[in-house]
Structures are given as structure tokens and as C-alpha cells.
Design a protein around this ligand. Structure first.
Ligand SMILES: Cc1cc2nc3c(=O)[nH]c(=O)nc-3n(C[C@H](O)[C@H](O)[C@H](O)COP(=O)(O)OP(=O)(O)OC[C@H]3O[C@@H](n4cnc5c(N)ncnc54)[C@H](O)[C@@H]3O)c2cc1C
Length: 382
């Protein structure tokens, strides 16, 4: 893979995607009272309601509960949900990456067990990759799995695990102890497990974010037993599996719409006859949004054709998060105010939240520097 292959001719959405857009808008109106500032709210009832509509795992094979709908339809669904600030957290990770990784690497039994529950909005997964000193460099993981009778014994810890305290399962990334793997090979012995969070020896402790909220966690694993049938894929193949999981994570169209509500509020505040400087600043943000959307739709087109747009996804994530970090900066310049989290006025609390949220955007899912390294490698520059 070399040059990014974005197509800038407008992507024609198929008629069924347009029908779906109208259905999703109606659904969102019905659930208006649950909409918030961004997708990060966690609401199992909302996920179940989406499950009933067939909107989780909607591109998956029917035999595992999916609808076999197109990547374009999924794109439209997610776009509408994000723009509305729908509470997607209870199923978002399962839908975006855990389910697809199980479909790609899982056993028949695992696909039958996990996928229909995910599709119904009944199963929340978290991502057990990062550790202290092993975030960007996940291959430096120190969590170890030892083969024992009937399964594996796992010891170690994970950090920054979003929603671990509310999740049913984690896809846990470890390295094998023993097994004859070459210790000098950084990826040798890497293995993934489907870890049930209620397993004895799993201790989840909160880590508060900048907003003082409990979103992510530290997980301590002490002699945790995982049975053989919850090994995901092949022992020792964890590195390939993890990179495929990250590709699912980065190709989602959610990297530039998280602060859409803030943008909408800014347009509302500017009113119908903004001054020249305000119109120019908002016009710039909106035209950037249009470009990012067109790039993201182009990625949906590539996914639809069965391609793996890893480089293109890294480009959109890097540009998209920079764009989102610009939104509160522009807001502060155009409509200065004293940010206040608990303010009654929507704009004042939004600007506080978006400013406090901004740093995380270019860290989660791969930092800016790491993404640029990936892009450079894809372009043959390193
Ligand atoms: C909101 C949020 C949610 C998260 N959720 C999860 C989750 O659910 N599960 C999970 O496993 N992880 C999660 N993470 C963790 C996230 O993936 C890591 O924080 C991220 O990968 C960075 O790792 P680190 O914190 O160890 O920083 P480091 O890797 O120590 O990086 C520190 C700085 O050094 C730079 N750097 C590192 N290596 C290089 C290099 N080779 N070249 C150039 N620069 C480099 C980085 O870009 C960064 O600026 C989450 C993070 C956030 C912010």
C-alpha cells in the first residue's frame, strides 16, 4: 500500500442509505430526551432500542445476527447518531471493533455466542491494550499469560480502559510466558483473550479524567484464569490481530463529529447576519467539515469494496482530531466567555466541556505522532 486513495468525486449514497437516514432521524426525535453533548454517554436501554432496529452490527452476516447492510448505511447511521449526540457508549466499541475482530478471528462457537448478544445491545466490550509504559508502544506489554491445564493464567495490569467498570468483556492483549517464543522479537508470543470482566482476580479501579468524571480505569489482573475456549484467534498471533482491531477502530467516522453540537451552537449564536470575521471563521470550520466528511465517505466506499484503508483512516483521524481541537479555540475567539461546567447557559457549559475534552482527542486510538508515523510508512517515506 502506498499513496492514499481518497476519491474526491462526490460519493453517491445508495437509495437505501437515504431511506435509513430518514428512519434514524425519526428514531432520534423519539429519543430526544436522551441526547447529550457527545456520544460518550452510556445508556444500555438506548443500545437495546438500537439493537431492536437492527442498527448494531448492521453490516455483519445474518447468521450471526447482522443485517448484511452496506458500509454506506452504517456510515449514515453513525453520522446521524454522532451529530445528534446520541448515547452510544454501551455498544460502540463492540460494534466498531470487538465484534468485527471476533468475526475475523473467532471460533464458530465464539461467533455464535458473542455476536447476537452484541447485536441486541446486550454486551459491552472494552479495549484491554494500554498499560503503564505501553501505550503507543503496545508491543511493550508486560501482562503475561501462562498456559495451564484447560486454559491460561494471566497476571499484569491495564490502564486507561474506557468503560471497563461497565463492560461485560474485554479483548485483552498479553504476551505468553514460556512457549518457546523468541524473546528478541517484540511481537512474538502476543496473544488476545476474550476476558469476562467478572472473572475472579480482575480488579477494576477508577481513573478520573480532566472533567473529574469516571470514564476510564486501571485493571489489575491477579492469577486470572481464562479457559481455552476464550483464546481469541491463535496463540502468538496477537500482534496481527491487534493491528487489525486498530484498523477497525481508526476507520470509524467518529473523529470529527464529536463536537458537532458545539459547532451548531456557534452557528446559532452567530445568527443570520454574522459580521465578516465571524462568517469567515465559521465558514472555514464548515468547509473543513465538508472535506473531512467527503474523505470519510471515501473510506466507507473502500470498506464497501473490501479494501483495508488503514492509511486513509490515519489521515482522517489526524486531520479530524486537529479540527475538533480547533473548534473550542475558535469559539473562545468569536464568543468569549468564562467557561463553567455547571453553567445553565448551553454555550458556557459546552465551551468548558469541549476545552477540557480536547486534549484526549489526539491521544485516544493512537496519538498524532504515531499516526503520522503510520502515514509516513504507508507513503514509503520511512
Ligand atoms: C480518552 C481516552 C480513552 C482511552 N481508552 C483506552 C481504552 O479503552 N483502552 C486502551 O487500551 N487504551 C485506551 N486509551 C489509551 C491510549 O490508547 C494511550 O493513552 C495512547 O496510546 C498513548 O499512550 P501513552 O498514554 O502510554 O503515551 P506514550 O506512548 O507514553 O506517549 C507520550 C507522548 O510521546 C509520543 N510518542 C510515543 N512514542 C513515539 C514515537 N515512537 N515517535 C514519536 N512520538 C512518540 C506520543 O505521541 C505522545 O505524545 C485511552 C486514552 C484516552 C485519552
Amino acid at each position: 500500500m502506498a499513496t492514499p486513495m481518497f476519491r474526491f468525486d462526490p460519493v453517491e449514497l445508495p437509495p437505501e442509505a437515504l431511506v435509513l437516514r430518514a428512519e434514524v432521524r425519526d428514531f432520534l426525535k423519539e429519543h430526544q430526551h436522551l441526547m447529550g453533548f457527545s456520544k460518550s454517554s452510556f445508556n444500555r436501554d438506548f443500545s437495546r432500542a438500537m439493537g431492536k432496529r437492527g442498527w448494531i452490527g448492521m453490516t455483519w452476516p445474518k447468521q450471526y445476527g447482522g443485517q448484511e447492510r452496506s458500509a454506506f448505511e452504517r456510515y449514515v447511521l453513525i453520522e446521524e447518531m454522532l451529530a445528534a449526540g446520541a448515547p452510544l457508549s454501551a455498544h460502540y466499541i463492540s460494534d466498531r471493533q470487538s465484534g468485527p475482530n471476533i468475526l475475523r478471528y473467532g471460533t464458530e462457537e465464539q461467533k455464535q455466542f458473542f455476536c447476537p448478544k452484541i447485536v441486541a445491545g446486550e454486551l459491552t466490550f472494552c479495549i484491554g491494550m494500554s498499560e503503564p509504559n505501553s501505550g503507543s508502544d503496545v508491543s511493550a506489554t508486560r501482562t503475561r499469560a501462562l498456559k495451564v491445564d484447560g486454559g491460561y493464567k494471566i497476571n499484569g495490569s491495564k490502564l486507561w480502559t474506557s468503560n471497563a467498570h461497565r463492560s461485560d468483556y474485554a479483548i485483552l492483549f498479553c504476551k505468553m510466558t514460556g512457549g518457546g517464543y523468541d524473546e528478541t522479537d517484540r511481537h512474538a508470543g502476543a496473544t488476545q483473550f476474550l476476558l469476562e470482566m467478572k472473572t475472579p482476580g480482575v480488579d477494576v479501579r477508577p481513573v478520573l479524567n480532566l472533567l473529574g468524571e469516571h470514564h476510564f480505569n486501571e485493571i489489575f489482573l491477579t492469577d486470572v484464569f481464562v479457559p481455552d475456549d476464550r483464546l481469541l484467534g491463535k496463540e502468538g498471533n496477537g500482534w496481527n490481530q491487534l493491528t487489525s482491531e486498530l484498523a477497525f477502530e481508526r476507520s470509524a467516522p467518529d473523529r470529527f463529529l464529536v463536537l458537532f453540537q458545539m459547532l451548531r451552537e456557534m452557528v446559532r449564536m452567530a445568527g443570520p447576519t454574522p459580521d465578516k470575521a465571524t462568517a469567515a471563521a465559521l465558514g472555514k470550520l464548515i468547509s473543513q467539515l465538508a472535506t473531512l466528511r467527503s474523505m470519510s465517505l471515501s473510506i466507507a466506499g473502500m470498506l464497501h469494496e473490501g479494501l483495508q484503508p488503514n492509511n486513509e483512516s490515519a489521515v482522517v483521524k489526524d486531520l479530524g482530531t486537529r479540527y475538533e481541537q480547533d473548534i473550542p479555540v475558535v469559539a473562545r475567539q468569536l464568543f468569549p466567555t468564562e467557561p463553567e461546567l455547571e453553567a445553565v447557559e448551553t454555550y458556557v457549559s459546552m465551551i468548558a466541556r469541549s476545552t477540557m475534552n480536547a486534549p484526549r482527542l489526539s491521544i485516544q486510538g493512537g496519538t498524532r505522532e504515531i499516526l503520522r508515523g503510520i502515514i509516513a510508512r504507508g507513503l514509503g517515506l520511512r
